[in-house]
Design a protein around this ligand. Structure first.
Ligand code: FES
Length: 117
């Protein structure tokens, strides 16, 4: 297999129910990863353009499901199944879905923000 232009690391980390941070798995990340793989393949992008991989915690749990896009080095957050077609089409154009790209403040855990206030 050739090296793809991009790798999308989908956090599928799971934590026990009731954990304050929650987890991407609890917010539907496993289905997002599966749909991403399927739709990249269906769109003809899986061979050379992009590969969807599973990842453990990316440390942005509070805005999960989280996806790290490399080598572009940006993160998507709050991704739902409904967002997957838009992500795939953006990849086909070499673009990103700006509304899903995490902003600098999204990387700060909410409890840390409260401490700073
Ligand atoms: S559980 Fe997915 S980023 Fe932490």
């Amino acid at each position: 297999m050739a090296q793809r232009k991009r790798y999308l690391f989908v956090c599928v980390n799971s934590r026990p129910d009731g954990t304050p941070k929650g987890s991407c798995a609890a917010r539907g990340a496993v289905a997002v990863h599966t749909a991403l793989k399927e739709q990249l393949k269906a769109r003809g992008l899986a061979g050379l353009e992009a590969r969807a991989c599973t990842a453990s915690c990316l440390d942005t749990c509070w805005v999960g499901p989280s996806i790290a896009v490399e080598p572009d080095h940006y993160f998507y957050g709050r991704v739902t199944l409904a967002d997957v077609p838009e992500i795939v089409e953006a990849l086909a154009r070499g673009e990103r879905v700006e509304r899903l790209v995490l902003k600098p403040e999204d990387y700060i855990e909410p409890r840390e923000l409260k401490k700073q206030a």
